[in-house]
Design a protein around this ligand. Structure first.
Ligand code: COA
Length: 384
């Protein structure tokens, strides 16, 4: 296996894009390539993540992105794994570079749904769940994660104040991130006054529908030893799966795919959760952040809520979680989200995160989940 780096990264501001997904993706991809000190002609392969391209009547978008970059001869493929599409694409890039099949791979994820109303966007997203059993019977993602929040509350006593602390923290971080969809802090009072979407989840427990694009460039150290910025050394790139539908699961208070991926990733990287400098985790709903931190082993089951209330996961706390603002405040443009987490890690490692800069950047972990947790990617990065 060759030493493999994330040598370049770029994102746009999440929220509502005037451009098409393809235009934004191509622009951000070029920025990522340049930030690695490379030119498009040095890219061997492109992986694109764009799970809901159908909303823009566009499939097979890889050749169009490569054409915009001036490299139409370069092969490409679109990777779909719901909300974990671009971290799955990143894993494929890692496999190609570490295995010696390519020296420089572009990974770009983008999504545009802001031209749809909430009902239409919710219906599109629901096809990422088990359509005949869940979506067809009216289950939506807020509803499915509300089931997990209720189960977690019954088992561990997880309170409204604990869920709210996740929202308040991530909005505070988002307010310091010029790329975030929401750049406004909220108070616990604003959280408590927000309308219920799917009990117990309120408006501020939910990620928004965001447009956005993010890209990274994965390179082999031996071929490109002098990157333009401090690269992220990929110490582990692991994917895992678990039961796709909710009704066949034996627990709703944990996501086994995260546990599997994390266990292998920590073993591969030779590190444990408590020694990771900071985390970008998949907080599509506040309960998802708590479950993620417990599944990753940072806190025992049922203890992440209390830790959040105590400020341990704040960007200046002992274990910073989602300094970017997370999906909750930075936003969740589905297929940009996974590589967007890595862009944040790249910015933090290069000391470019401004007011949300975390103190320890020697190691960082990105955790990205598809749908209700049936797919999961965990990446651990280190420094040279
Ligand atoms: C929570 C949700 C239902 C709100 O939708 P909505 O009620 O139609 O809200 P609107 O789009 O009409 O926006 C109303 C206001 O709330 C804000 N808002 C919308 N969603 C928000 C969110 N998740 N958090 C904070 N504010 C939000 C809007 O910016 C807008 O503010 P403004 O009035 O100041 O402009 C919707 O964002 C949602 O379904 N989110 C989850 C998406 C999802 O399931 N993703 C997949 C995860 S696996």
């Amino acid at each position: 296996m060759r030493e493999t780096w994330v040598a370049g990264a770029a994102t746009n501001r999440y929220g509502k894009m005037a451009e098409t997904g393809r235009e934004a993706g191509s622009r951000v991809a070029l920025e990522a390539i340049r930030s690695a000190g490379l030119e498009p002609k040095e890219i061997d392969l492109t992986f694109v993540a764009n799970a809901f391209g159908i909303a823009e009547h566009q499939a097979h978008v890889g050749p169009l992105v490569n054409t915009a970059l001036g490299i139409p001869e370069v092969p490409s493929a679109t990777i779909e794994s719901a909300c974990s599409s671009s971290s799955a694409a990143l894993h494929e890039a890692y496999v190609h570079v570490a295995g010696g099949f390519a020296d420089a791979v572009l990974v770009v994820g983008f999504e545009k749904l802001s031209h749809l109303d909430t009902l239409a966007a919710t219906s599109y997203f629901a096809i990422g769940a088990d359509y005949p059993y869940e979506a067809h019977n009216g289950a939506t993602f807020p509803g499915l994660y509300a089931l997990m929040a209720n189960a977690h509350a019954q088992r561990y006593g997880t309170s409204e104040a604990e869920l709210g602390a996740v929202a308040v923290k991530n909005h505070a971080n988002g307010a310091l991130n010029p790329h975030a969809h929401f750049q406004k802090p909220i108070s616990p009072e604003i959280y408590r006054a927000s309308p219920v979407v799917a009990s117990p989840l309120r408006l501020y427990d939910c990620c928004p529908f965001s447009d956005g694009a993010a890209a990274v460039v994965v390179t082999a150290r031996e071929r490109f030893p002098h990157p333009a910025a401090e690269p992220l050394v990929v110490r582990a790139s692991v994917r895992a799966g678990s039961i796709g539908d909710i009704q066949d699961r034996s627990t709703l208070t944990a996501l086994p795919a995260t546990r599997r991926a994390a266990e292998r990733a920590f073993r591969t990287a030779g590190i444990e959760a408590g020694r990771i400098g900071f985390f970008e985790v998949h907080d599509c709903f506040t309960i998802a952040e708590l479950i993620a931190l417990e599944d990753l082993g940072l806190f025992p089951p049922g203890a992440a809520g209390r830790a959040t209330v105590d400020g341990i996961t704040a960007h200046d706390g002992a274990h910073p979680v989602n300094p970017s603002g997370g999906l909750k405040a930075k936003g969740h443009p589905v297929s940009a989200t996974g590589v967007g987490q890595v862009v944040e890690i790249f910015e933090q490692v290069n000391q470019r995160a401004g007011g949300r800069q975390v103190p320890r950047t020697e190691t960082a972990l990105a955790h990205n989940v598809g749908a209700t947790g049936s797919s999961c990617s965990v990446h651990i990065f280190g420094r040279r």
